[in-house]
Design a binder for this molecule. Sequence first.
Ligand SMILES: NC(=O)c1ccc[n+]([C@@H]2O[C@H](COP(=O)([O-])OP(=O)(O)OC[C@H]3O[C@@H](n4cnc5c(N)ncnc54)[C@H](OP(=O)(O)O)[C@@H]3O)[C@@H](O)[C@H]2O)c1
Length: 305
Amino acid sequence: MADDGSILVTGAAGQLGGVGRTVTSLLLDRGLPVRAMVRREDDRAAALRAAGAEVVVGDLLEPADVYRVVSGCRRVYFGMSVSAGYLEASVTMAAVAREVGVDALVNMSQMTVSQMSIQQTTPSPQQRQHWLSEQALAWSGLPVVIIRPTVFLEGFFLPLTGPTVRERGRIELPFGRGKTNPVAAADVARVVAAVLADPGPHLHRIYELTGPRSQDLHGVAREYSDALNREVTYSDILPEEWERELKGKGLPEYLTRHLVTMAELNRAGRYDRLADGVERVTGRPAMSVREFVSLHADDFGGRRS
Ligand SMILES: NC(=O)c1ccc[n+]([C@@H]2O[C@H](COP(=O)([O-])OP(=O)(O)OC[C@H]3O[C@@H](n4cnc5c(N)ncnc54)[C@H](OP(=O)(O)O)[C@@H]3O)[C@@H](O)[C@H]2O)c1
């Protein structure tokens, strides 16, 4: 591949609200050349190509694939789905980025890492891998920018509260009275795209990203109610009940352990955070829960007229 100064975006196929997918379109909108890495040729890959990205297929756990896709790129966004091979993929990316020599590596992490240390960890295998990945990137000496968002509205609240809000008008989660402050993955992607477009001022920084308001789930439910113009309430379910439900959905054990830990930390008040990274980097405040639910009203059962 030629050295065309493309920006590599990994995990570009993504789910609804997947960060890589949105970053790709935001960079293309800015007229920047993007190499979008996907795992396989499918409709999502075709859509990225139609939008103007150079689509490359590869596995982030295969060093030769990573070397092939990074070669010729000066800037890289590294992110992939919550999965057991995360640390291996991060370290592979770091080794390749050192070999190739990149100007900026933007690394997706999690806000929980801000409260972690050798002595203080969490039972989530994903949070542990993010902490270790950040350590490895620090040792690498690469020009890294770390993005630490809190829980996503798209990746968590939409799939895990959408069905019960549609069917029963209830948010059913085992978060107790813990406060939380979800962020829209769309905002996270805006931050990543802004950094990739002009990395210089951001190098070696860590950005923590939350929404604009930390509140318990009764408060979150009120924002849902306002957005949908009908009553939505919060029901604090038992953690074991929720874990059984997640297992019933057939989620991988690794992801279930991560989600169960997130709920535990939410109950313990560990997600009660307010960070201004979205506004600081993009100049625009983070989206509220109400705005998000309004935008996705159909997925929550629609807005009553
Ligand atoms: N969801 C949250 O609430 C939340 C909050 C804070 C931080 N985060 C962090 O955000 C990241 C996930 O971001 P996201 O939601 O944007 O990701 P995503 O959409 O779930 O995943 C991005 C892509 O990674 C690809 N992928 C997975 N394994 C791969 C491999 N071995 N090789 C190549 N590609 C691979 C997937 O491909 P396929 O689609 O083909 O499977 C997927 O399209 C994680 O690091 C997570 O810890 C998430």
